[in-house]
Write a new protein. Sequence first.
Length: 532
Amino acid sequence: MRVFVAMVTLSASLLLMRALWWTDSNGSHRYVLFDDAMISLSYGRSLMRGDGLIWFDGAQRVQGFTNLGWTLFIAPFTTFGSTRTTSLVVSFIGALVLVSIGLLILELVRERATSVKYASAFIVVLNFPLVYWTIRGMEVGLIALISLAIVASSRKSSRRNDFLVATLIIFGVIVRLDVILVAFAITVVAWLLDGRKFSRRSLVPALAGSAGATITVVMQKIYYGEWAPNTMSLKMSGGPVSERITAGFDSLLRHPHGLLFAIAAICICSIELRPLVWRLSSIAILYNCYSVFVGGDSWEWFANRYFAIATPIAMTALIIALDGQWERRRAVIIALSGWAAVSQIRLLLPDRSTPEDATVIVIALITVTFLVTSWRPRVETWTALMLLVLGSSGWLLDVMRDRVFDHQSDIARVERALAIRDITDENAIIAVVSAGTQVYISERPAVDLLGKSDPRIASLPRRIPFFPGHDKWDLEISTSDPRPDLFLEELGTDFSDIMLNMNYEPLCTQTGVHVWVSASSTRVDRTTLSLC
């Protein structure tokens, strides 16, 4: 079973990696991570070059990322040579993380029924958001793995396990601060299990979470001069709290994973006391609440990253809670079928419709699954195998049809970055909306138009309805000091008029890349440019 889980998960990961690989017009092989992950790589590269943990050489100290530990972890890989090699190494580490998640879930359900084990084995592969974000270089998979490892280590209280729990919590909080939610969940469950009294198994996670948070915020304050990342200010300020919370609730109600969390909450309230289920469900629900608090994710319409972390945790809690009599095992399969369908089948639809638009398909699939398992109870194992095909078919077909989310944008960003290297000198300042790949590959100083690495923008009021990290900009501020030599991307409906008023010219490179060049710039080779 372990070998099977590892091979299936690794194969799915490698398939996605292959789909993200392409050959450019010059015959060079290209591979990059998701743009936010490339921002972390930019900071990591500067650190490894001895320039400090900054965006690029000469940049001011601004924390334009939220995943401190992950950024430090992947920093050494920037010394491996090309962008392609570095990105592939990080993606492959992500694949190993996904395999570890699958094996750890199997360990948690080791004593359960056969159907539960098979169903658990597919949780990782069925969860495309988890696979996608992890392979694309984000810390999503690592946080899910750390959370599950904390739960597994806290099942039995001993000095060794307590030390392991504390170490994992501190490490997890440094990776990303919101892992403190896991520490809080483990503390509360232990406090309840001990008759609402504090004991070693409740104090250890609480103290570890506090220690990890203290280490993180103190490091940030000492190095960057701020207690919290600039990205946090960018997302959390600039408008009424009610608008952000409303957006978070809207995400919860519209997203299929919201139903999953509701089921997990019901499990906690309706079944006999099961500490493992309590721990898992509490973590999942807290991540759900945190998603509401921060207003959901920037890529809400595609895959909420908070839900991607919590889903394998919640699904594990659900199938353990329902394990027992055959009726409950059948419910496990039906629940897993419904979740897999509602989460993945929408990818088969040509217009990438929202999950609600796939309701009829979902109901039909659940009905078929129910009839099969009722007619032949002993085919539960084969039904679980069928769910692997059912749940993964959507995103696997998407991969085969070259429709992987953001891949075409990756190609465009790389083409722009390569063009900038050809037409500018090394001191040219570029203005970007996508602050990762273009800055990393071009190796040029940059201005972040959306404010991830610019406190001036992060402190502004929102210009549009709440859209995390993408609702603030001011072109006058971004062009004041320093003045960009050229803009790579357009932003806002009045962008062209503003650019013309600021003496920027619309020009095109020989490869067809459109840029806006400052009329006074001496760092751009205009002989290679022409009017668009």
